[in-house]
Design a protein. Structure first.
Length: 94
């Protein structure tokens, strides 16, 4: 699939399921700030990763992708916090 086709498909999915996408994200996101990041990451996921063709159950597919994006975001956040903690533990402040 060409890049433009991927962009068009992502735009079509967001146009057809935008409010449902927001609702799903709201249910899974840990806070309001994460919601917007997850929304944007979902668009990127749809563009960068192959979408099943035909997409027979878009809400189920989107819910799975959103849950995976939420899990990935939590892992990145936890990894970042651990890195900061290790860095802070290795430095003394005078």
């Amino acid at each position: 699939m060409e890049n433009q086709d991927k962009l068009d498909l992502a735009a079509q999915i967001f146009a057809e399921h935008g409010s449902a996408i927001r609702d799903m994200i709201r249910r899974h996101a840990p806070n309001k700030e994460e919601e917007e990041d997850i929304y944007q990451n979902l668009y990127l996921s749809l563009v960068c990763n192959p979408v099943p063709s035909p997409l027979t159950n878009p809400p189920a597919y989107l819910n799975t992708v959103i849950k995976n994006d939420v899990i990935d975001a939590a892992r990145r956040r936890r990894s970042y916090q651990e890195m900061i903690s290790r860095y802070a533990a290795g430095h003394t402040y005078e």
